[in-house]
Design a protein around this ligand. Structure first.
Ligand code: AMP
Length: 300
């Protein structure tokens, strides 16, 4: 933790009150950082908050939004059972010195008559976009609304949701939003499993099987480090690493880390290629990734 436990953050529910707080901070010469979340906060989220603080300094305003955004869930997904625990989340925010928690209602973020959606093109189409067709439109729409309310700021996201980060960076650029989008490395459990609010759905046996995910990514990194550049071979080692441990594979993909296009094989020496997986363990869908061609402090 960067700062000792201290005063609880202010909690605002009203979008205009959130906007006013951010405007007031800037008018007073403070920089603003925003960390958008769906709550059920864990150490991965806290790492983003610590980075937010680092970026704006001790006098800056660190704001965390907690909102389970209905438009990014498909009809058969876990919207209704997604964990909601605002009081505990506010306490976690307090433990790292967050100044402001914005916890709006769905009705206030999508008021009556709402009919505007933000759709990002090719970056949102593959990978999670295939099986979750409405997901990124929902993400892009809510993040654009949060950015519109927060105003000029730095916004901190996790690379665990790699495709989401690329989509958000692109929409901020394409829409000339005054927001610097920052991506942070994935925070993992000691055995390598990426922290996720959805890990709590796993039974102990399923939790044990989930370690196959980081293990498979590590195996691919090891093969890459030995000089393998064939994309089929790299994908195959992940596939073999997951077989027998997971109940279903949504995708295993190797994509250009910036454009998410399919790279040529063999990978060129200067390639940065994201190796991304989405799997089912029991009824729980888990994602993870690593970028080949750059160090991964969380897996190496
Ligand atoms: P969520 O609440 O799951 O929507 O996530 C909110 C933010 O936290 C997103 O930017 C995620 O990428 C990020 N995040 C979630 N899990 C992790 C993790 N294990 N490490 C780093 N960032 C994470």
């Amino acid at each position: 933790m960067d700062r000792p436990t201290e005063a609880s953050p202010a909690v605002v529910h009203d979008p205009e009150a959130f906007r006013a707080a951010c405007d007031r901070a800037r008018a007073g010469g403070r920089r603003v950082a925003l960390v958008p979340t769906m709550g059920a906060l864990h150490e991965g989220h806290l790492a983003l908050m610590n980075e937010a603080r680092r970026r704006v300094g001790p006098g800056g305003l660190v704001a965390v939004s907690v909102f389970v955004n209905p438009t990014q869930f498909g009809p058969a997904e876990d919207f209704s059972r997604y964990p909601r625990e605002l009081d505990a989340d506010v306490a976690r925010c307090a433990s790292v010195g967050v100044d402001l928690v914005f916890a709006p209602s769905a009705a206030s973020m999508y008021p009556a008559g709402d009919q505007t959606r933000v759709r990002v093109g090719a970056l949102a189409a593959p990978m999670c976009g295939v099986t979750r067709p409405v997901h990124f439109e929902g993400v892009a729409t809510i993040v654009t609304r949060l950015f519109a309310l927060a105003g000029p700021c730095v916004a901190v996201f996790g690379r665990k949701d790699f495709q989401q980060l690329r989509v958000i960076a692109r929409l901020a650029r394409d829409l000339f939003l005054p927001v610097e989008v920052v991506g942070l490395p994935t925070v993992r459990e000691a055995d390598g499993l990426a922290l996720s609010s959805r890990n709590r759905y796993l039974s102990p046996a399923d939790r044990a099987r989930a370690t196959a995910i980081p293990a498979a990514l590590r195996a691919a990194r090891a093969l890459y480090a030995q000089g393998e550049r064939g994309t089929m071979a790299l994908l195959d080692v992940v596939s073999r690493g997951l077989a027998g441990s997971v109940d279903g594979v949504d995708y295993i993909e190797l994509r250009d880390a910036d454009e998410l296009s399919i790279p040529g094989t063999p990978l060129p020496d200067d390639a940065r290629a994201v190796l991304a997986v989405a799997v089912k363990i029991g009824a729980t869908r888990l994602i993870d990734n690593t970028v080949l061609g750059e160090p991964d402090v969380t897996l190496d």
